[in-house]
Design a protein around this ligand. Structure first.
Ligand code: HEM
Length: 494
């Protein structure tokens, strides 16, 4: 009996020690359980709460485990910028959901597709092509502005019809933002009453709601092997399939409409043209139909909820802070004029409004820990060694909300981004789009969208929260969504 107890205790100690061994000069962190690591705590408290606690306890660079996977959280903004600019930190962890998507596209376990979930050469080539094409398509300003104006016309009509009525704007912005992406990807837009647009919004929304990178089923391949019928796997893969079929159907319509001829006015057209040119010249190209489908899906996933939710945050924060809303309107009236509509030309002449939009992004703190990276080789950060293959997370939230960096971090105050003489300042720790090698690919597009949508909506309407309907805060895994709320839009008379 005694021997058995000693044996069991010895095994237990060895297992616990093994779960907590660290490479030399590895960042500090909490005690990890065998097999699960720290994942129970993270899932139980929500990633946001657990990782914020870790950062407060262990400092600017700390480590934890998600099952057996070593993970590092960088919170110190200076170190964060250094790491994000270093190619050794530019890999992406294996995002299982995307691998399931790749299998749906190619029918086999193929090399990873797309931009968001790839590393190395595949990532570089798809990212480079997409960035260049979006720029060539004018995302810059000239092409994007009329697309956004068409969306705004429909939005304004919608809010005029609902003037003075209780309005739930939950998915209203998603329609406009998805439509802007659609216009760029395929060169046409849907009317807001078109059921295809409703279906597209619904598919993007469902996909993102079900995505939780801390869930073991969406993190490790073996889970699916042993439990292929797990609800979360079946659901997310189902949404992914539906979404891909939608894209394929619309691509087929596009090919029919363009008669297979060249169309350089859309992302799909430009991509296919480059593929054809390479084929004609007998050159190798990293551009393939499979990557194209994956890229399109990612532009929707990465570009729609992010921008729509920031707009929702904007209206919520302005409706909750009427003094600030009034000051933005005063600046718009003075610079744009009551009889005109804001355009992208006004972007550099509205310091208070610009500071307010930055402040909306700061308060929204939309993707608190960015999208997890992975080291592609042994690396160092500060005094620490980070081995190749470590998952690295970036605590963008710390730079946006930390009391060390802002006068009154819990308060919605555009003054955070203004000097005493009213000029706009953007501090180095303000990184809502990330930074460096993997900085958000749609940053400039999102900035223009946030500017034009928010200025137009606040110039045209006065926004008031309903007193009868309490705002409802939910628990969220990836995005910090604003609460559910009801507003009264009131037209501002010219
Ligand atoms: C307010 C809106 C947005 C915010 C706050 C935002 C934020 C971010 C963040 C934090 C990342 C992760 C960066 C990293 O891995 O280090 C990211 C990546 C990305 N974003 Fe955005 N984003 C926004 C809008 C958009 C839009 C409009 C698009 C395109 C239509 C877009 C496309 C992408 C893509 C493709 C990536 C992956 C880049 C890569 O892995 O190389 N995003 N975004």
């Amino acid at each position: 009996m005694f021997v058995t107890v000693v044996l069991v205790l010895t095994v237990l100690v060895v297992v616990l020690l093994r779960a907590n061994t660290r490479p030399p000069a590895y960042p500090p962190g909490p005690f990890a359980l065998p097999f699960v690591g720290n994942v129970m705590q993270i899932l139980w408290q929500t990633p946001k709460v657990a990782l914020t606690r870790y950062a407060n306890t262990y400092g600017g660079v700390m480590s934890f485990r998600v099952f057996s996977q070593r993970s590092v959280l960088i919170s110190d903004p200076d170190l964060m910028r250094t790491a994000l600019a270093d190619p050794a930190f530019s890999g992406r962890i294996d995002l299982i959901l995307f691998r399931a998507r790749d299998k749906i596209i190619t029918g086999q376990d193929y090399d990873p597709l797309g931009i968001l979930g790839t590393s190395g050469e595949a990532w570089k080539s798809q990212r480079r092509f997409t960035l260049r094409t979006l720029k060539d398509l004018g995302l810059g300003r000239q092409t994007l502005e009329p697309i956004m104006q068409s969306e705004l016309e429909e939005l304004i009509d919608y809010f005029r019809i609902n003037e003075g009525r209780k309005t739930d704007i939950g998915l209203t912005f998603n329609r406009s933002i998805v439509n802007v992406i659609w216009a760029i990807v395929i060169g046409k837009r849907f009317s807001h009453s078109d059921t295809r647009l409703g279906q597209l919004v619904d598919k993007v929304n469902k996909m993102l709601q079900s995505f939780n990178p801390f869930h073991p089923a969406l993190r490790f391949r073996w889970v699916k092997k042993f439990f292929p019928n797990l609800d979360i796997i079946v659901k997310t893969e189902g949404y992914m399939k539906e979404f891909l079929y939608f894209i394929e159907e619309e691509m087929a319509v596009h090919t029919k409409e363009t008669g297979g001829g060249s169309d350089t006015g859309s992302y799909i057209g430009a991509y296919q043209q480059c593929m054809q040119e390479a084929a004609t010249q007998g050159k190798d190209t990293p551009l393939t139909m499979s990557h194209l489908k994956a890229n399109i899906l990612e532009l929707f996933l990465a570009g729609s909820e992010t921008t729509s939710n920031t707009l929702l945050w904007g209206i919520y924060l302005l409706a909750s802070n009427p003094d600030i809303q009034r000051k933005v309107q005063e600046e718009l009236d003075q610079v744009v004029g009551r009889e005109h509509t804001p355009t992208l030309q006004h972007i550099d002449s509205l310091p208070y409004t610009t500071a307010t939009i930055y402040e909306v992004q700061r308060m929204a703190d939309l993707i608190p820990f960015s999208v997890p990276h992975e080291t592609t080789e042994n690396a160092t950060i500060g005094d620490y060694n980070i081995p190749k293959g470590t998952c690295v997370m970036f605590n963008l939230s710390h730079g946006l909300k930390g009391s060390k960096y802002w006068q009154d971090p819990k308060q919605f105050s555009p003054q955070h981004f203004l000097t005493d003489d009213g000029k706009v300042v953007k501090p180095d720790h303000f990184l809502p789009f990330g930074y460096g090698k993997r900085v958000c690919l749609g940053e400039s597009m999102a900035r223009l969208e946030l500017f034009l949508f928010l200025t137009t909506l606040v110039h045209k309407f006065w926004w008031r929260l309903s007193d009868d309907d309490p705002v409802m805060w939910g628990k969220h895994v990836i995005f910090n969504r604003p609460p559910d709320y009801i507003v009264f839009p009131t037209c501002r008379r010219e």
